[in-house]
Write a protein that binds this ligand. Structure first.
Ligand code: AMP
Length: 314
């Protein structure tokens, strides 16, 4: 089932203890799309500036991603983010964020992007996420990611956006910040109680809490599931790991949802998400995922399953 994604399409300047890159291809929607393209058809929606290189669009096309709804704004500048990581790669400092063409962006989705049954609202201003959500009223599965900046400066809009989706994917610290609850389970339960209106039947039913190198947890009204991150000795740059994780998660759901959104499906989607994210952090930006092969994903899935399986009576 096709997936539409809206979110940042960016140039990132990143410094980690292991090196640095200036203006490399990045953005939440880009990392998501590259990962999800291993599973299903992906349509990317968002603007870029006059400075966006053709070869960076080509990097997405090469993975089969439809970029016809990527709008090039004459004279505009592409979203730019600069960040730095210390030895603890779980925390980073944002040094600069320039919205550029996103400041004036009014999403106009083509019929093809509106026809998708799955929608991912990747990290960007929550007003924009809501505008895109409104253009896919019949989407069958909608997931959303966000970050501390929007929790701080656009909280009301973000709360409204969250109430209109099925699945919320956030870092554990962001879930705590969003709800004001220090306990992860209570924070997730709080989000599970949000609805677009008092009488509405639907609100989020799946919460995914990303916990960096410690893995990720899945919380629904009935169940809890968690996986560790795939253990790696070399981590170079975690930028985009969260979006790549989301691409694996939503991509797997898109490709397998026809059989229903069962607990088992969600668990397998968590495993695929974990494996995709593990490749992302091995090199800077999108470098590793751009030349990833399907067989590598399958091999790591087998290893992850062996590592997390146990048997015997309690
Ligand atoms: P992640 O490491 O998965 O949280 O995502 C990193 C990506 O998010 C980078 O490629 C940035 O371009 C993008 N990003 C950083 N800040 C923002 C923001 N305020 N809004 C949207 N995207 C952002």
């Amino acid at each position: 089932m096709p997936i539409t994604v809206v979110g940042s399409i960016a140039y990132d300047s990143v410094k980690t203890p292991f090196g640095e890159r200036e203006r490399m291809l990045g953005g939440a929607a880009v990392h998501f799309a590259l990962a999800a393209s291993f599973f299903d058809e992906v349509h990317v929606v968002g603007p870029v500036g006059a400075d966006f290189a053709e070869q960076d669009l080509e990097a997405m096309r090469k993975r089969g991603v439809d970029v016809s709804d990527v709008e090039r704004v004459a004279g505009g500048s592409t979203f730019f983010w600069r960040g730095e990581y210390g030895w603890d790669l779980n925390t980073r400092e944002t040094l600069e964020t320039r919205l550029g063409v996103f400041e004036e962006f009014k999403p106009k989705l083509s019929e093809r992007s509106r026809a998708s049954e799955l929608l991912f609202l990747a990290n960007i201003q929550p007003d924009l996420q809501r505008e895109v959500r409104a253009q896919l009223p019949h989407a069958r599965f909608v997931a959303l990611d966000s970050m501390n900046l929007w929790i701080e400066i656009a909280r009301d809009s973000l709360l409204r956006a969250i109430a209109e989706v099925d699945c919320v994917v956030l870092n554990d610290a962001e879930l705590r910040q969003l709800t004001g609850k220090p306990n992860l389970l209570s924070a997730a339960r709080e989000v599970l109680s949000w609805k677009p209106s008092e009488t509405a039947l639907r609100g989020p039913s799946v919460i995914v809490a990303k916990q960096g190198e410690y893995g990720a947890s899945l919380i629904t009204r009935e169940r809890f599931f968690a996986l560790p991150a795939y253990p790696l000795e070399t981590v170079i740059d975690p930028t985009g790991a969260g979006d790549t994780f989301a691409g694996g998660l939503v991509g797997y759901i898109a490709a397998n949802r026809a059989r229903g959104l069962s607990d088992e499906l969600l668990r397998r989607a968590m495993a695929h998400a974990t494996v995709l994210a593990s490749f992302n952090v091995e090199e800077f930006g999108t470098e590793r995922v751009q030349r990833l092969a399907r067989e590598e994903i399958v091999a790591r899935l087998r290893e992850l399953r062996a590592m997390t399986h146990f048997s015997g009576a309690p």
